[in-house]
Write a protein that binds this ligand. Structure first.
Ligand SMILES: Nc1ncnc2c1ncn2[C@@H]1O[C@H](COP(=O)(O)OP(=O)(O)OP(=O)(O)O)[C@@H](O)[C@H]1O
Length: 602
């Protein structure tokens, strides 16, 4: 029943305390993100990575504080449901002019669901649906920065305008030669605009804050001409002697999707109105779900909320059934999917075979490590959920049998809500993007006689491992089935239970046998420490197929040599932070210039 009067005084106080909790959270989140600029200017790469990692924890800390305050000051758990109903209505009122209402609603949900019983998790008490619109929010304070700026160049002034665009970010570090770099960008744009008539609305729109991640800062915007819009991003890096350079120009939806991939760390962006950033980004990448854009901006809880709303909506508008995921079954994870939905669901099994010497807690620890680590475009991000309810009739019997057998502690079937419909409740699961498992991809390529596809997959596989190595990750289990192929052909790792920091491992040569018995023994006769790795021994597991072996040895034979691994380990231990380019190296202006110079000399 809708209350005609908001007459419970404690309801307003609770709503206000909740919003104070959120405001404190966003203020801390925002200032940490804003400090990324200074860390970039001062080349504080370790600091940047630490901040990226630590910022992920902010949300849970603030939620904990808010719950404690509500319990202590208002005995929140003992309030009647009439009061809680009014709390939500007051909160909506407080959000009318708020600049992050959608995030504040999500914060309300997280706090409230920690206090109320789950039977009250519906729209009267929490924000199952958003209540306050995020459209057209503007910051009307006089000194406020707009979400994006518009520039109106002509063909003649384009280069100067490009310089001005970059200049306006006021980076406190000189460029090597900004005019020169603007010239490169101009060339790249000219290739797309030279035969096009410039229309009255020709303009460049640029988001007002830079996007920082690892050692890069990115200008993000779009070029508008007539009815066409061309998304672009300009990566700014530290070049020779620490002077800044524009490293390349990325254009179009696909190149931006690589930059904003689910397999990379989250950006640091100073935003007053995140919904406006998401709306702008969505115009650049219309196929990327809004939830993933929030996540890429570091607002992972909002990403999770939106993903779940999209998921429930999809379930209501589909009729297919959850099934065991195609591919080789995991020993640690039980994986299932819904054919019509591009994600997989992973449950940790209750017991593992002897070769998997691990525990549920350790597996969860590895997944958390990946979440906090720089995923360098090579490790899929996961969303973690507890107590997820599905309709029983949407599960294939075979899948339920599998869960009952391998993860009984995670399964509950019953009519929790008493609505006459049976539900399957999974206690804990991870959700991640579905890819084509690399073993299946390769098999399809063999079957079709597509040698180019085989070559591409094997080269990409080695590149993926090398990127992980550079990021201080030893994947542990490198079998083909533990990697997947994304929509744009990138190979990404997804099996985290044996992951280790590279710097914690010892890469050794297989010792020379001392006796004939040792040599002929099928057993491992030498002593092996828990973190000892013998790269030469990868060969028989990975390279049984001659076609694969041939490509692998041509491109990635170094992966079988302990010296390769040890040299990377030494570099990381010496404090080196690797460069990660979310684009092909050939696209770099410096690289193109080197090639051009070499050709000129020849
Ligand atoms: N993101 C994904 N997209 C598509 N299929 C996937 C995905 N993640 C896992 N799978 C499928 O599920 C299987 C098991 O997943 P995963 O490798 O994570 O489990 P595991 O128990 O850790 O494996 P292992 O036994 O190698 O340790 C994979 O081999 C693959 O077939």
């Amino acid at each position: 029943m809708f209350p005609e009067r908001l007459d419970a005084p404690q309801a307003f106080d609770i709503a206000k305390a909740m919003l104070d909790g959120f405001n404190r959270h966003y203020q801390l989140f925002r200032s940490e993100s804003a400090r990324a600029k200074h860390r970039f200017e001062t080349a504080d790469w370790h600091g940047q990575q630490r901040a990226q990692r630590e910022r992920i924890e902010f949300y849970d800390l603030r939620v904990k504080e808010a719950v404690q305050r509500l319990e202590k000051e208002f005995k929140a758990g003992q309030q009647s449901m009439e009061v809680w109903h009014q709390v939500k209505l007051h909160y909506i009122g407080l959000l009318v002019d708020h600049h992050q209402p959608e995030l504040a609603e999500t914060f309300f949900n997280t706090v409230t669901t920690k206090i109320l019983h789950r039977t009250y998790f519906h729209n009267d008490f929490i924000f199952v649906r958003p209540a306050v619109s995020t459209e057209y929010i503007e910051n009307s304070e006089p000194a406020a920065t707009p979400t994006y700026r518009s520039y109106y160049p002509t063909r003649e002034t384009l280069r100067d305008e490009l310089v001005r665009i970059v200049h306006n970010f006021r980076l406190a570090r000189p460029f090597e030669d900004l005019e020169r770099d603007a010239g490169f960008v101009l060339e790249a744009i000219a290739a797309r605009l030279s035969h096009v008539k410039l229309r009255a609305n020709f303009q460049i729109q640029v988001l007002s804050s830079l996007f920082f991640r690892n050692k890069g800062a990115y200008v993000v915007g779009k070029i508008i001409n007539g009815f066409s819009e061309l998304p672009f991003a300009l990566p700014i890096l530290h070049g020779r002697e620490g002077k800044l350079v524009i490293d390349t120009a990325l254009f179009g939806e696909d190149e931006l999707l690589m930059l904003f991939s689910f397999a990379r760390a989250y950006f640091m962006v100073d935003m007053e109105i995140p919904a406006a950033y998401v709306q702008f980004l969505r115009s650049l990448m219309p196929r990327k779900p809004r939830g993933e854009l929030y996540t890429a901006l570091g607002l992972a809880k909002q990403g999770k909320t939106l993903f779940y709303r999209d998921f429930l909506y999809h379930l209501r508008h589909s009729s297919d059934k959850f099934r065991i995921a195609p591919g080789i079954k995991g020993m640690v994870m039980l994986v299932f999917d819904l054919p019509s939905f591009p994600y997989v669901f992973k449950v940790i099994k209750d017991f593992f075979p002897p070769q998997k010497d691990t525990t549920r807690e350790q597996v969860q620890g590895k997944y958390l490590l990946v979440k906090q680590h720089d995923r360098v475009g090579r490790m899929a991000d996961t969303l973690e959920y507890s107590l997820v309810a599905f309709a029983r009739e949407r599960f294939e019997d075979e899948l339920l049998e599998e869960i009952r057998r391998f993860a009984p502690s995670q399964l509950e079937i019953g009519d929790r809500d008493g609505d006459g419909h049976e539900e399957v409740v999974i206690r804990h699961l991870y959700i991640e993007r579905r890819m084509i498992p690399l073993n299946i991809y390769l098999q399809e390529a063999f079957d079709a006689g597509a040698s180019e596809q085989v070559e591409h997959a094997v080269v990409e596989y080695g590149n993926a491992i090398k990127d992980l190595v550079a990021a201080n990750i030893f994947p542990g289990d490198m079998l083909w089935k533990n990697f997947g192929v994304t929509r744009n052909g990138k190979v990404v790792f997804y099996d985290y239970d044996e992951i280790e920091y590279l710097t914690d491992c010892n890469f050794r040569k297989v010792p020379q046998a001392r006796t004939e018995e040792e040599e002929l023994s099928g057993e491992i006769w030498y002593k092996v420490g828990p973190r000892d790795v013998f790269p030469e021994t990868f060969e028989p597991f990975l390279l049984g197929n001659p076609a694969v072996r041939d490509v692998f040895l041509r491109h990635h034979a170094d992966l079988l040599d302990p010296a390769f691994w040890e040299s990377h380990k030494a570099r990381i231990l010496a404090g080196h932070v690797h460069d990660v380019f979310p684009y092909a190296r050939e696209q770099r202006f410096a690289r193109r210039q080197q090639v051009a110079n070499a050709e000129a000399v020849a």
